[in-house]
Design a protein. Structure first.
Length: 101
């Protein structure tokens, strides 16, 4: 499934990484798109995402075990947490470089 948000010239597809609305004064949420669908009856478009965590969202004990003992401010960590949201909450696509190690 592919979707073109109203105000975005880019198509959103499964496995894309996107930013989503997070609320006033907060950095946007970052997530990987797992599914897109239109709800029967309402016609509303939904997105299932797998969340990335920012360093400030992780317990200090997790970061202490990190090779550097800390994370860089722009690092994000893919979690196992998933959630369904309105497609309207997507701000756009972002690039996340994967580092295995």
């Amino acid at each position: 499934m592919r979707l073109r948000p109203k105000d975005d010239q880019h198509v959103i597809s499964q496995l894309d990484t996107v930013e989503l609305l997070s609320g006033e004064g907060r950095a946007p949420f970052v997530a990987q798109v797992e599914a897109l669908w239109e709800e029967r009856g309402t016609g509303q478009w939904k997105v299932r995402t797998r969340w990335y965590y920012r360093p400030e969202d992780l317990p200090a004990s997790v970061l202490a075990a990190y090779p550097l003992g800390r994370a860089l401010p722009n690092e994000v960590f893919l979690s196992g947490e998933r959630d369904d949201n309105d497609v309207q909450s997507i701000l756009g696509r972002v690039a996340v470089a994967r580092v295995d190690g």
